[in-house]
Design a protein around this ligand. Structure first.
Ligand code: ZN
Length: 252
């Protein structure tokens, strides 16, 4: 039988152990919050939506466009990191949409992105890409899967997405020292007001990093969209057509 002293010792141990566990759980949640994607329940099974979307064609647009020249970002600058969540189950639909974890942009947008990445190195950050060019059929899947109250966060396939033109990029910053993605006021693809580019909440550090990213991107001809701090359109998007080419068909 334990004496009173031992009982007290054990209870202190137990309490500090519990406190440590709570602390660990809390910090893990904070740390992981940015890494685990926001989820919705798709309106219909994604496999069904994929089969339908693949049978359809993008809207035909009048006018003349520049010849597409999609460039793989990491080939232009290997210090650009990738976290292509649509190629994994860690995305808002909880199932892979891409068969390859790759990111492309039309050449002038890709070159502008490389300049932004280099500028950010001076501040100790690099760019981490969540998405670039997105085939049109994937935009159609997103739209058909998303409930009406959240459709403001997805592009209508009837007009296409800037991603379909290879002129939009979803991205954040990573710390050059640790290689880790930094915390921003919301996680990527979070469908809440915390995602808004002018959301006033979050910590000072989160807002400062969001501002730094925006400043570096704007300097190179990109503009943020009001509903998503991570999404930037390239200024010349009107010159490029909506594409429906799969990553597999873009070559190695
Ligand atoms: Zn986007």
């Amino acid at each position: 039988m334990a004496n009173q002293f031992e009982v007290r010792q054990m209870s202190i141990l137990r309490n500090s152990h519990i406190r440590f566990c709570v602390f660990l759980l809390f910090s893990l949640q904070l740390g992981v919050a940015q890494q685990v994607s926001f989820r919705i329940t798709p309106l219909r099974p994604v496999e069904e939506l994929r089969a339908e979307a693949l049978k359809e064609q993008p809207p035909s647009e009048p006018g003349t466009f520049r010849k597409p020249d999609l460039v793989e970002l990491v080939k232009l600058d290997p210090t650009i990191k990738l976290d292509i969540r649509y190629a994994t189950t860690n995305n808002f639909l909880g199932t892979p949409l891409y068969t390859q974890a790759r990111a492309f942009l039309e050449r002038p947008a890709a070159e502008a992105l490389v300049r932004a990445n280099r500028d950010l190195h001076a501040y100790g950050y690099g760019l981490i890409i969540h998405d670039g060019y997105r085939p049109w059929y994937v935009t159609k899947i997103f739209w058909d899967a998303t409930p009406d109250d959240k459709k403001i966060f997805v592009a209508n396939p009837a007009s296409g997405s800037m991603h379909n033109r290879g002129c939009a990029v979803d991205l954040s910053l990573y710390d050059l020292k640790t290689g880790e993605e930094v915390e921003m006021p919301s996680g990527y693809d979070e469908m809440t007001e915390r995602a808004y580019a002018d959301y006033a909440g979050g910590t000072e550090g989160q807002r400062a990093r969001r501002a730094l990213l925006r400043q570096a991107m704007e300097k190179q001809g990109f503009s943020v969209i009001p509903k998503e701090w991570w999404h930037f359109d390239y200024k010349d998007w009107k010159q490029y057509p909506i594409l429906n080419v799969k990553f597999e068909d873009l070559g190695q």
